[in-house]
Design a protein around this ligand. Structure first.
Ligand code: ADP
Ligand code: 5GP
Length: 214
């Protein structure tokens, strides 16, 4: 199998996958399904200064910490990447990600585009995937259907999403999350090292970008 691997002194290490998406595209749902289907992949639990949503569990969905603690971690170089997203800080623990990779596990980061840029710079061998919704209208439907944000927050996320989607070509692969099962299959192919069909080229995305970036 043509599987991408980092090599360190001849030792095979795990592969690092970074998944980003505009808010509401379905990234969290897809990543949860992927981790269920591939329990050998280690999902990196981020730190955030955001308050937990009612459905979220501490230490499972996120490590919820205070801003001061976050700043101390930044100062100590504890984050592989970190960013301010929608007014809250988010970061990936360097030690946790590196330890899993060194043990030979594939690791999945579910982060925003700013974090993806930082990780690509620090570890160019990582593989980055951008999830896109099938249309702006569907993106709005999903944000509303999730029932986690009020109207003002949804409007803010939608506006930001259009700006974020313009960054599609900074990623190695793009998966369009229209039919969920198909998108999951596409994502699985990428983490199996069989993602050539999903390279982020204009040709692969055809008319979709016109709708999404309008
Ligand atoms: P993100 O993590 O990208 O912000 P979520 O995973 O929270 O997005 O998904 C947003 C909403 O869209 C959720 O209610 C989810 O169940 C729904 N959703 C995800 N994928 C699809 C899909 N392919 N078709 C329809 N609804 C979807
Ligand atoms: P939410 O608050 O909806 O869970 O996440 C908001 C955004 O922050 C999403 O785009 C999510 O991917 C991103 N995010 C979550 N964890 C991290 C992280 O560790 N680093 C960065 N840069 N972004 C993150």
């Amino acid at each position: 199998m043509n599987r991408y691997r980092i090599l360190n002194n001849g030792q095979p290490l795990g592969s690092l996958f970074v998944i980003a998406a505009p808010s509401g595209a379905g990234k969290t749902t897809l990543v949860k399904a992927l981790v269920k289907a591939r329990p050998d992949i280690r999902f990196s639990i981020s730190h955030t200064t955001r308050l937990p949503r009612t459905s979220e569990r501490k230490g499972i969905d996120y490590f919820f910490i205070k801003k001061q603690e976050f700043e101390e971690m930044v100062e100590a170089g504890a984050f592989l990447e970190h960013a301010l997203v929608f007014g809250n800080y988010y970061g990936t623990s360097r030690a946790a990600a590196e330890s899993q990779l060194n043990q030979g596990h594939d690791v999945l980061l579910e982060i925003d585009w700013q974090g993806a840029q930082q990780v690509k710079q620090a570890m160019p061998e990582c593989r980055t995937v951008f999830i896109l919704p099938p249309s702006q209208a569907e993106l709005e439907r999903r944000l509303r259907g999730r029932k986690t944000d009020d109207d003002a927050e949804i409007a803010r996320r939608l506006k930001q999403s259009v700006a974020d989607m313009a960054r599609w070509d900074e990623f190695d692969y793009v998966v369009v999350n229209d039919d969920f099962d198909q998108a999951l299959e596409d994502l699985m192919a990428i983490v199996m090292g069989q993602g050539e069909l999903f390279r982020s080229t204009e040709q692969n995305l055809q008319g979709l970008l016109q709708d999404l970036l309008a």
